[in-house]
Design a protein. Structure first.
Length: 183
């Protein structure tokens, strides 16, 4: 048994670190969400919605993003028509938690790891804002494809982007990359 523990130590360290960071960040996020009432919308989702409004306004679209009176979401009114809602799950925090957990589990030098995590969080947020804005425009023009766009295309884009970030991290910055570059 000891032989297998030694043999699989890198894998076990990765899995252990990944799940530890994932669980800790998820619990912290749940504590954060518990600060808001049942019909209140958290600040991160509000910030993402505000950024979507800024982007669409910058592109000269008629856009209004407002807090629902009775529900915990933002209503996106595009060209005078209610198109989509932005809920807590749309803020990409779950994707960011997954990203950070993986990078922490495959860490490299502390400064590089922290900078890459910061870069990843910011780029995931920006991509998510673009995703919501584009989804709003596409659902306005192609409402019959809303399920496919929301459920297939856009998750592929954001998770695909995170996967590419992971590949870059593993091959360029992680301890694994450093070991393979010295050979």
């Amino acid at each position: 048994m000891k032989k297998y523990l030694i043999q699989f130590k890198p894998f076990l360290n990765f899995v252990g670190t990944f799940f530890l960071v994932y669980i800790v960040l998820t619990i912290l996020y749940k504590f954060y969400l518990n600060n808001y009432g049942i019909n209140d919308l958290d600040g991160i989702t509000t910030f993402a919605g505000h950024n979507v409004g800024q982007l669409l306004s910058l592109l000269n679209y008629e856009i209004t993003i407002q807090k629902s009176i009775s529900e915990p979401w933002l209503e996106v009114i595009f060209k005078g028509k209610y198109i989509v809602r932005i809920i807590e799950g749309c803020n990409a925090v779950s994707v960011i938690v997954l990203f950070v957990s993986f990078i922490a589990a495959f860490s490299g030098k502390l400064k590089t790891t922290l900078l890459f995590i910061l870069f990843g969080i910011l780029s995931i947020h920006v991509l998510n804002v673009i995703r919501i804005a584009l989804l709003t425009v596409l659902i306005y023009y192609y409402p019959q494809h809303s399920h496919f766009l929301h459920g297939v295309v856009f998750p592929l884009i954001i998770y695909g982007f995170v996967f590419v970030l992971w590949l870059i991290w593993i091959n360029k910055f992680s301890k694994y990359a450093a070991k393979n570059q010295t050979k």
